[in-house]
Design a binder for this molecule. Structure first.
Ligand code: AMP
Ligand code: ZN
Length: 121
């Protein structure tokens, strides 16, 4: 199940399939532990997802299981912003269905390239 937090690839997980190269994605960056790729339904001129290669169901599970990997993801969000030349941007971890999470593999959205309102909806 993709809800497992074992760090192992999950057969039914879309983002594990992107990590494995089984589903195409437009890669922006890759490190030993993370992948960054363009969101298929962008909400801003730049909308990139940064994911750990290891499967964790959400940001809370990732942080609990692997603080170093959590730091890798956060560092990569900044690297994406720099690479995309974003002066301002938003890093979002939707956690739980009520917050809009639809893919149960931890991911950070890096959104920028336009003005962003606060508070978010
Ligand atoms: P969330 O709603 O926070 O779980 O974010 C999941 C994101 O994944 C959404 O913004 C989707 O547009 C995006 N997404 C879904 N499928 C793909 C895909 N195959 N390639 C890139 N992004 C995707
Ligand atoms: Zn996964």
């Amino acid at each position: 199940m993709s809800g497992d937090t074992t760090g192992q690839p999950q057969d039914d997980c879309l983002f594990c399939k992107i990590v494995a190269g089984e589903i195409p994605a437009t890669l922006v960056r890759e490190t030993e532990t993370t992948v960054a790729f363009r969101d298929i339904n962008p909400q801003a001129p730049t909308h990139v997802l940064v994911i750990p290669k290891a499967h964790h169901k959400d940001a809370a599970a990732l942080a609990a299981a692997d603080p170093a990997l959590t730091a890798d993801v956060l560092r990569e969000t900044a690297a994406v912003a720099e690479q995309e030349q974003l002066e301002s941007y938003r890093t979002v971890f939707n956690t739980g269905a009520g917050a809009g999470q639809t893919v149960w593999h931890a991911h950070a959205h890096v959104i920028g390239g336009r003005g962003l309102q606060w508070p978010p909806g």
